[in-house]
Design a protein around this ligand. Structure first.
Ligand code: PSU
Ligand code: MN
Length: 294
């Protein structure tokens, strides 16, 4: 793929959809700055990925991000419509699936996000399953994530990963985390507590399989939401999404924005904290991996 590659051996990929469609506009630039600092503090190199005027860019500059954040409407690109944005030469934010695609094309092996997409609740009716899941079968990138957003069907998403044969490693956890909550009823394939050990397993599995790996890192306990608050906010947000008819690519951003609103910012604060925690773990992982010679 024709891309601008500003990555380094210790790069940590960061995605633009989280910044552009996942948090309020005014939170995006500060979040990006914080994530970059966190990754740097761990001895790794922050590498923001997106499409700048249609050009796949691995390592966006601050001015490229500013130009994206100042645009009226920025496409949300998954593996289906990535090529459309390239053809139309427009800015596009990459989701987990396309951030993995561009990262792997550039040789970047570690990526920090908030939560990967997955199987939506009520999928039996409208089959909304994120293209993030199949991306793991195609692109050899380790994605550090707080599990899947609890707006999804968490247990079905875990089953889908199993069906696709994707390794799910729990970093200091036995339970598959549910984004705002540290635990779900589902389990990980293996628990690893030490970053160096994690780096060894991840390096050899990426190399051996040529496929992606889920590295599940639960939200720090002090930022976990209260289960009953969460249930109330979620049912409001789901009803809202149904009322405004948000489907397909719009479903996730609509539900997240409504949650941030009805929780008076509590879900947003939790979201920001878990992404920062994931950037810390990814920064450590990339630093350890870059010192392993395979
Ligand atoms: N994690 C967050 N906020 C987000 C997302 C993840 O904390 O906004 C984004 C990611 O880019 C993920 C996308 O790939 O949501 C999933 O969207 P969909 O369900 O349409 O595949
Ligand atoms: Mn979807």
């Amino acid at each position: 793929m024709d891309l601008i590659n500003r990555s380094q051996p210790n790069s940590v990929a960061l995605e633009t959809t989280l910044l552009v469609h996942g948090v309020p506009t005014e939170a995006a630039q500060p979040l990006n700055d914080e994530l970059a600092q966190i990754v740097t503090d761990q001895g790794s190199h922050p590498t923001l990925i997106g499409l700048v005027n249609g050009k796949p860019t691995v390592g966006m500059t601050d001015s490229e991000l500013a130009s994206m954040l100042n645009s009226d409407s920025v496409l949300k690109a998954n593996t289906a419509n990535l090529g459309v944005a390239m053809y139309q030469q427009v800015h596009a934010a990459t989701t987990v699936s396309t951030t993995m695609e561009l990262a792997s094309a550039a040789g970047v092996r570690v990526f920090a996000t908030g939560g990967i997409g997955g199987v939506h609740r009520g999928y039996g009716e409208h089959l909304d399953i994120s293209s993030d899941l199949t991306a793991f079968t195609r692109f050899p990138v380790a994605v550090v994530t707080s599990g899947v957003k609890s707006i999804l069907d968490v247990e079905s998403t875990r089953e889908a990963l199993e069906t696709l044969g994707v390794l799910v490693v729990g970093y200091q956890t036995d339970s598959f985390p549910a984004f705002y909550l540290r635990e779900s009823d589902a389990q990980v394939d293996v628990r690893i507590d030490d970053a160096q050990e994690l780096a060894e397993l991840v390096s050899s599995e990426l190399e051996r399989t040529g496929r992606g790996i889920v590295v599940a890192n639960p939200i720090p306990s002090e930022h976990e939401l209260d289960q009953s608050d969460w249930n109330a906010w979620l049912s409001d947000a789901q009803q809202h999404a149904e009322k405004v008819g948000a489907l397909g690519r719009d479903a996730t951003p609509t539900i997240l924005a409504r949650l941030h609103q009805v929780s008076e910012g509590a879900t947003l604060r939790a979201n920001l904290e878990l992404v920062k925690s994931n950037a810390t773990v990814a920064g450590k992982l990339a630093a350890h991996m870059s010192s392993i010679h395979t």
